[in-house]
Write a protein that binds this ligand. Structure first.
Ligand code: ADP
Ligand code: MG
Length: 643
């Protein structure tokens, strides 16, 4: 052995230090998960080796039996996890076991609250990984050598998890990685065969590789005819025992897989810490042969809205792991779905580039998209669970109609909204239930968009709908108006924004009302003309309303104008929203409008007109273009009142 072992001490990336501290404290109550994480990594390493060996069989170095070995030493208080997978080079060790290669790390750490329960959930979503070893270990040693490299290229990594780690080059005869945990004094209990076997079965049963432990020596039982001294005591041969089922979970029969197994496998493929909300496991035979196991997480990951965040499924081809985070198989609006697909129709040497063009991959995408939608619609039968899903991922699903025209109807069925039908702000009304409740003669699905629930619920535009008992959907998410611009109808009923265009309630017997309205409009012509003059810079039209019962006035958009939500989206994206003037609708029955009509002083008329206009803008959740003038005008009137 050379004396140059190239020793060095390096500092962990700042984020690792923070994460280590947090994790050790907040995951303490669930400390046993360290084993799952390390076995999960060992399994990944074996799969990577198997994949690379497809091209270069030499990497097996004559040993193709991949497995994970777990051993312990009660006296030394150690637990050892060893694999014969791909191993790591020195620079890989530094990168993987010294930093966190996750694009959202900083924002994630910024989201932590200091509240342990909440934070442990967040950390779970972030993925605890290798560093979880430090929950139970006071120091950790890693011995590793990359497959295919010389035995002198081994690496020894060690750390106490307190800011630094040491590296040295070592000789390592076998490829792969051995991790030795030097247990904290209080965690000696893990250096125990029964405990470890239990944990392997509990957390790692789904791992496709054998997880092997040595059978423990049985205490010697004195034989009955012990007096035959000539028989020498046999040396105890400890046999290997495979502790887990050692077959890929998705290849097993559904009926043989427990809920717990499904959830543990979910944690392995998702690096989520909590259970999945639901899953769908399918085997398809025939021309497109594949098995898929798709999961819906319970919680949204912290980087759901980060475009660069990793997403996608794990791809296996005939049980061989091919690649991770394959995003070709699902559209963006289903990016939260995790799982595996194991195909028999794709070729083993497929690359990401080929995958994008492969017609089989395209068919698989269509099939998996459909499966995912079906899984969600099945989930929607359980309203409570579906609400959990909708709160976490509803806004992502709303990208669907624009992205996936072919499945638009099905996606629309997954939508849930707040509604005037509900007492509270729960987004729980489906379009199907709305349609079921529609009034006789009602032809449209009415909705209002606003920045928040209260603005929507109290919008003056709803007054006539309340009076007539017509339900209106309250669309309060930023994305809603944009989404609605991509859908036209549902179940043959078109959508109508109640704040846009002419209001047609579609009732057959309202001819009389219409006539009466025309008469009123005629009578009010003088007033509407005067208003138009006063508000010439602000409105495109002034007309008598048929929407209001209580409010003096409201603003209406032309049918194709952009609403406030869309404008906000464009402005947030740094684009100028097109400038369009609203229609000003007045309620001539309202005393304030009547008073205005009788106002002969043109100055005061102008002030009143502007105030009522600005108030209508405010009631719709708008932001006044010139709030100071509004206040000045209002104060002037208030002073006159007190004269
Ligand atoms: P993740 O598994 O989510 O990538 P981990 O913190 O568990 O995150 O592991 C970090 C990285 O360290 C892995 O992605 C892998 O590159 C490397 N690694 C960890 N354990 C092993 C191992 N047993 N063999 C080879 N590489 C490993
Ligand atoms: Mg891992």
């Amino acid at each position: 052995m050379t004396t140059e072992t190239q020793q060095e001490t390096l500092g962990f990336q700042t984020e690792v230090k923070q994460l280590l501290n947090l994790m050790i404290n907040s995951l303490y109550s669930n400390k046993e998960i360290f084993l799952r994480e390390l076995v999960s990594n060992a399994s990944d390493a074996a799969e990577k080796l198997r994949y690379e060996a497809l091209e270069n069989g030499d990497l097996y170095e004559g040993d193709g039996d991949l497995s994970i070995r777990i051993s312990f030493d009660k006296d030394a208080k150690t637990v050892t996890i060893e694999d014969n997978g791909i191993g790591m080079t020195r620079s890989e060790v530094v990168n993987h076991l010294g930093t966190i290669a996750n694009s959202g790390t900083a924002s994630f750490l910024g989201n932590l609250t200091g509240d342990e329960t909440k934070d442990s959930q967040l950390i779970g979503q972030f993925g605890v990984g290798f560093y979880s070893a430090f929950i139970v270990a006071k120091s950790v040693e890693v011995f590793t050598r990359k497959a295919g490299q010389d035995k002198s290229e081994g690496v020894h990594w060690s750390s106490t998890g307190e800011g630094e780690f040491n590296l040295a080059t070592i000789e390592k005869a076998t490829r792969g990685t051995k991790i030795v945990l030097h247990l904290k004094d209080a965690e000696e209990e893990f250096a125990d065969g029964t405990r470890l076997r239990y944990l392997i079965r509990k957390y790692s049963d789904h791992i496709a590789l054998p997880v092997i432990m040595q059978q423990e020596a049985q205490p010697e039982v004195p034989a009955a005819d012990d007096d035959d001294q000539s028989v020498e005591k046999e040396a105890v041969v400890l046999e290997d025992e495979t502790v887990n089922s050692a077959s890929a979970l998705w290849t097993r029969n559904k009926s043989d897989i427990s809920k717990e197994d499904y959830n543990e496998f979910y944690k392995h493929v998702s690096s989520d810490y909590g259970d999945a909300l639901t899953w769908s496991h399918n085997r398809v035979e025939g021309k497109q042969e594949y098995t898929s196991l798709l999961y819906v997480p319970t919680n949204a990951p912290h980087d759901l809205w980060n475009r660069e965040a990793p997403r996608g499924l794990k791809l296996y081809i005939q049980r061989v792991f091919i690649m991770d985070q394959v995003d070709e198989f699902l559209p963006l609006y289903l990016r939260f779905i995790k799982g595996v697909v194991d195909s028999a129709s794709l070729s083993l040497n497929i690359s990401r580039e080929i995958l994008q063009k492969d017609p089989n991959a395209e068919k698989l995408r269509a099939a998996l998209t459909k499966r995912s939608i079906d899984m969600l619609s099945k989930l929607s039968k359980d309203e409570d669970k579906y609400q959990v899903f909708w709160k976490a991922f509803g806004n992502v699903i709303k990208e669907g109609p624009a992205e996936d025209y072919a499945n638009r109807d099905k996606i629309m069925q997954l939508m849930r909204f707040s509604s005037t039908h509900n007492e509270d702000d729960a987004q729980s009304v489906s379009l199907a239930s709305y349609v079921e409740r529609m009034n006789e003669g009602q032809e449209k699905i009415y909705y209002v968009t606003a920045e928040n629930y209260n603005t929507a619920k109290n919008s003056p535009h709803l007054e006539i709908f309340r009076k007539k008992g017509i339900e209106v959907l309250l669309l309060t998410e930023r994305i809603d108006e944009w989404m609605m611009s991509h859908v036209f109808d549902f179940d043959g009923k078109s959508f109508q924004d109640v704040a846009k265009g002419e209001l047609d309630l579609g009732e057959k017997d309202n001819e009389e009302e219409k006539k009466a309205q025309e008469v009123v409009a005629k009578e009010a012509e003088g007033l509407t003309e005067r208003l138009k003059e006063s508000l010439v810079d602000k409105v495109s039209e002034v007309r008598v309303t048929n929407r209001l019962t209580d409010s003096p006035a409201c603003l209406v958009l032309n049918a194709y104008d952009m609403g406030a939500q869309m404008k906000a989206i464009m402005e947030a994206a740094g684009q100028a929203a097109p400038d369009s003037k609203p229609i000003f609708e007045i309620n001539v029955e309202h005393p304030l409008i009547k008073k205005m009509d009788g106002e002969t002083d043109e100055d005061r008329f102008g002030d009143l007109a502007n105030i009522i206009f600005d108030q209508a803008d405010l009631a719709a959740g708008g932001q006044l273009a010139d709030p100071a003038s509004y206040v000045a005008r209002l104060n002037k009137l208030l002073l006159e009142l007190s004269k």
